[in-house]
Design a protein around this ligand. Structure first.
Ligand code: PLP
Ligand code: COI
Length: 349
């Protein structure tokens, strides 16, 4: 069934929130999740003693729904978000939301908000934000006795202002994640501590911070909201890995590794030293994630501890480089139905 889309100037949307028609909510109590369902109430009603407010029991996800070329509405790999949220919840002693129920809930809430899924070719998408909080009362440091799972959806445009214009990063003097800490899960607490470094970076004219591993400050990890990719002169895609398990396992990154291999590219997944980046080894750099898709990086500056280093990526300095462009086009092509979905990543809603 085709629904009439909302009257919105889709092309001018930024990455912001607007209320749509429905959200989804479910509750956990006495060892089980209730049936859950759609709600038109966009406010949560939570006790002042809810675990979220005191000990930050919150995990979340981010995925997108698209209108494909044929008019159908699709989501990209929601099963992977279900799996990651399951792992995130376990790490914070929260009851994991069943994975099949997660996928069903995503489909249900996207379908109910079909009029808000931006039209094909508009450049916008429907951002889907599942999250879970400890909502039961807790005063001693302990897991909350009750939980609320929610999904909100909102139409969005590009995450970085300027869309596909290469951005500038700076190496951060702050750390993002402790070795073997919570960097590999998607929990709000990881983002609270990134707000100050992010605002400082913005004030200095940078789009984001590049975090190094906090143990040795030797290896490149990721940015506040996206994984990092590099391209060598010979076309090899180099994907930083963490030896301390502190990089978020990006679904976009894992998909791009497969896409690159399918395109016949060589992919090298390994720890990447900042010194190697600094030496000018790479001709392109990009940030990847659901929100960022692939956003090209033109320059990274490092002014930490008296350093004065500037690294530029010659093939992607003024506009997106050829490898990032190819990967981006292939990925978005799979998402919109223009490129064959060999791995069954696209779920019709
Ligand atoms: N890294 C961080 C810290 C993120 O917040 C995100 C966004 O979800 C990503 C990477 C990209 O992950 P994904 O591709 O699964 O959206
Ligand atoms: C996403 O890419 O979905 C995220 O959650 C990143 C966030 C910083 C917007």
């Amino acid at each position: 069934m085709t629904v009439e889309k909302k009257d919105i100037d889709w092309g001018s949307l930024g990455f912001g929130y607007m209320k749509t028609d429905y959200s989804y909510e479910a509750h956990w109590k006495d060892g089980e999740w209730d049936e859950g369902g759609l709600t038109t109430d966009h406010t949560l009603h939570v006790s002042e003693c809810g675990g979220i407010f005191h000990y930050c029991q919150e995990v979340f996800e981010g995925l997108k729904a698209y209108t494909a070329e044929d008019g159908s509405i699709v989501c990209f790999r929601p099963d992977m978000n279900a799996e990651r949220m399951y792992n995130s919840a376990q790490r914070l002693e929260m009851p994991p939301f069943p994975k099949d129920k997660f996928v069903e809930a995503v489909k249900q809430v996207v379908s109910a908000n079909a009029a808000w899924v931006p039209p094909f070719g508009s450049g916008a998408t429907l951002y889907v934000r599942p999250f879970m909080i400890g909502s039961g009362d807790v005063i001693g440091v302990a897991p909350a006795p009750e939980y609320t799972f929610r999904i909100l959806v909102t139409p969005v445009g590009p995450y970085f202002k300027g869309g596909l214009k290469p951005v500038k990063l700076r190496v951060s003097e702050y750390d993002r994640a402790a070795p073997h800490g919570t960097g590999n899960i998607k929990a709000g607490l990881n983002y609270a501590m990134s707000l100050k470094p992010t605002m400082e970076a913005h004030r200095e004219g940078y789009a984001e911070n590049l975090y190094l591993d906090s143990e040795s400050r030797t290896y490149v990890e990721e940015t506040g909201g996206a994984n990092v990719l590099f391209v060598k002169e010979d076309g090899t895609l180099v994907v930083p890995q963490s030896h301390t398990d502190s990089i978020l396992p990006s679904i976009t990154r894992r998909s791009l590794v497969q896409v690159a291999q399918d395109l016949g590219m060589t992919v090298d997944q390994r720890p990447v030293e900042w010194a190697v980046v600094k030496a000018g080894t790479f001709v392109e750099c990009g940030l990847c994630g659901t929100a960022a898709v692939i956003s090209p990086v033109g320059e990274i500056d490092n002014k930490v501890y008296g350093a004065d280093e500037t690294v530029t990526f010659p093939a992607g300095y003024t506009e997106i480089g050829p490898v990032m462009k190819k990967l981006r086009e292939t990925l978005t092509g799979i998402q919109s139905g223009a490129v064959e979905d060999k791995h069954n990543w696209v779920y019709t809603v």
